[in-house]
Ligand binder design. Structure first.
Ligand SMILES: O=C(O)CCC(=O)C(=O)O
Ligand SMILES: [Fe+2]
Length: 321
């Protein structure tokens, strides 16, 4: 249990049912044994990754006053810039040494859910950089499609119809995040981590990481192992909502980021989450007499909001929803 599986998902895009099923089987095993794996053979091109990474570098290089024009703590629907130390993923450690940009599904101000002030719904808040918004909105859609391809492959083992997730990921609350971890020298911030140990909140996370390294995953024996950058891959992991939905058949595994020494690190997780009203209720293929449902039914939005409040001080204020 010292290195994560690497799964070539290209057969999920072909028309060979046996090859499709073989990949679905590998994904199911990885989700049960690790809750973490790499994928290769996906359709997101290296050129696209380079462009989005270029956007991240352009944005985080702006003066902080400029970035704070889209301060995430000033929104009720959680979009925009999170300055260093906005987030504290491990409550036993100092706040995370990272800055972030979050975007979601863009819903205009006159959308019924925005007018009704539904949590997590609203317009994106993009920085005023040329070409930025068009590229990021396209990348959001493409990452959402990739996530749904993986979710479709999971339906086989979870005992649900092939389009089960597709129907529930209509107008999703998925988040595309850019992260910048400033470099540190050996003496400074010895105690402060890039991202403290945590599990993700949602369904499935697809992470691009640059070449700096520092991501670590806790294996079933409780040891921290490196999840090094591998060219052309995404690291995929499951979050707490999927663990709950699958009655703990699938693992939501703790991970953390050690701040890079002498080099800046950029990463881009895509957190795929269904429509906010989706019922998170034990899936049919994950229960039997020996495995009755462990958790009461909740909704996607209710579950996510309770987890947000754990890591963001500003979201514990009474006005934050
Ligand atoms: O930056 C990374 O490599 C991981 C970030 C992460 O785990 C998260 O944002 O949930
Ligand atoms: Fe994470």
């Amino acid at each position: 249990m010292n290195s994560l599986p690497i799964i070539d998902i290209s057969p999920l895009y072909g028309d060979e049912p046996d090859a499709w099923q073989a990949v679905a089987g590998q994904i199911d095993r990885a989700c049960r044994q690790w809750g973490f794996f790499y994928i290769k053979g996906h359709p997101i091109s290296p050129a696209r990754i380079a462009e989005v990474l270029g956007n991240a570098q352009r944005f985080f290089a702006l003066p902080v006053e400029e970035k704070l024009k889209i301060d995430i703590t000033q929104t009720r629907h959680h979009r925009g810039y999170g300055a260093v130390a906005t987030e504290q993923l491990d409550p036993t450690k100092p706040s995370d040494l990272k800055e972030t940009f979050d975007m979601g599904l863009h819903l205009p101000a006159d959308h019924p859910e925005v007018l009704a002030e539904k949590p997590l719904r609203g317009p994106n808040r993009h920085p005023d950089l040329s070409g930025w918004a068009t590229l990021m909105e396209q990348h959001y859609r493409d990452m959402q499609a990739l996530a749904q391809t993986l979710l479709r492959a999971m339906t086989l083992a979870l005992g649900i119809e092939r389009d089960f997730f597709d129907t529930r990921f209509n107008e999703p609350v998925s988040v595309l995040r850019l992260i910048h971890y400033p470099s540190r020298d050996a003496a400074s911030c010895a105690e402060q981590q890039g991202a403290g140990a945590h599990t993700d909140y949602g369904c499935i996370t697809l992470l691009y990481q640059d070449a700096a390294g520092g991501l670590q995953v806790r294996n079933v024996n409780g040891q921290w192992i490196d999840a090094p950058p591998i060219d052309g891959t995404f690291v995929v992991n499951l979050g707490d909502m999927m663990a709950r939905w699958s009655n703990d058949r699938y693992l939501s595994t703790p991970h953390r980021v050690i701040s890079p020494l002498g080099v800046d690190r950029y990463s881009m997780p895509f957190f795929a989450e269904p429509h906010p009203d989706t019922l998170i209720q034990c899936l049919p293929g994950c229960q039997d007499d020996a495995h009755p449902p462990k958790y009461p039914t909740t909704t996607c939005a209710e579950f996510l909001l309770s987890r947000f409040a754990d890591t963001y001080a500003y979201r514990r204020e009474p006005h934050a929803v």
